[in-house]
Ligand binder design. Structure first.
Ligand code: NDP
Ligand code: 8X3
Length: 252
């Protein structure tokens, strides 16, 4: 039987790679994001019966409602929800960070994820579905400038674990995916469009690719129904931990 997956943030990076991998694997895919033309291109490629484009700003509750209530009949039986849309803005340490950037990060990474999950839970319970949430290694390992972004991802991880607990006995599976360095548009967005900074970050690092993460999600979605991956932390081989920092008082 053909299954249906809803992927937020399907216009770029992980979400776009997931949309393609699931469509190619024969799933019905609902892809969201603000850039409608990118969603349309995927729909043109795979056909309207395989890919449904739902273009809206994830922070806009009314637009989310409208997109869900106007799903074509054949896309309504959602089996898998991937809460992927998200961003970081800037990497300034807290004393120099802009409050506006912090609030946008929280309003993008946290509230819509909770809202969409709450809306789709009855359907996911009915269908013994799967929820995959995109957290990050930043949820576990703090780094200078990670501040609010890392905190939003810690929320995503903990919410995922809490959902697992609350969904005990329902058959619904929940996974928190926690990737490290992966080359997508993430750094372009984080730096306000600085392609050179993005290229410099990934140069020579052999970062993860969006297809690596999409492949992991496809694997999880195809596991037998009694298997739950609680958390999946994935880094490129080139990335590991440096340790803590120590400030020494120059007066002593
Ligand atoms: P990209 O910037 O490549 O893609 C982000 C996606 O999120 C886009 O499709 C974008 O769509 C969507 N999005 C962002 N803001 C909004 C909004 N307001 N409304 C609707 N959609 C929105 O980043 P990644 O693919 O790398 O990131 C995907 C997820 O993975 C994020 O949650 C990120 O935090 C997480 N992650 C990324 C890592 C990395 O190193 N790349 C590592 C760990 C986690 P559009 O702009 O068209 O609206
Ligand atoms: C993105 C990975 O290390 O830039 O979540 O925070 S990192």
């Amino acid at each position: 039987m053909t299954k249906t997956i809803l992927i937020t943030g399907a216009t770029a990076g992980f979400g776009a790679a997931m949309a393609r991998q699931f469509a190619e694997a024969g799933w019905r895919v609902i892809g969201t994001g603000r850039r409608a033309e990118r969603l349309r291109a995927v729909a043109d490629e795979y056909g309207a019966d395989r890919f449904h484009a739902a273009a809206f700003d994830i922070r806009d509750a009314a637009a989310m409602d409208a997109a869900l209530s106007s799903l074509p009949e054949s896309f309504r039986e959602i089996d898998v929800l991937v809460n992927n849309a998200g961003l970081a803005i800037g990497n300034a340490p807290a004393p120099r960070a802009k409050l506006e950037d912090w609030l946008t990060t929280i309003e993008t990474n946290v509230t819509p994820l909770v809202r969409l999950t709450h809306k789709l839970l009855p359907k996911l319970i009915e269908r013994k579905g799967l929820i995959v949430n995109l957290s990050s290694v930043a949820a576990t390992y703090p780094y200078p400038g990670g501040n609010v972004y890392g905190a939003t991802k810690a929320f995503v991880t903990q919410f995922s674990l809490g959902l697992r607990s609350d969904l005990h006995g329902t058959g619904v599976r929940v996974t928190s995916i926690e990737p490290g360095l992966c080359e997508t548009e993430f750094t372009l967005v984080r730096t306000g469009g600085d392609q050179a900074a993005s290229d410099a970050l990934y140069k020579g690092a052999h970062p993860l690719t969006a297809d690596d993460i999409a492949g992991a999600v496809l694997w999880i979605a195809n596991l037998p129904p009694h298997v739950n991956i609680n958390r999946l932390e994935v880094m490129p081989v080139s990335q590991s931990w440096l340790g803590t920092q120590i400030f020494r008082d120059p007066q002593e």
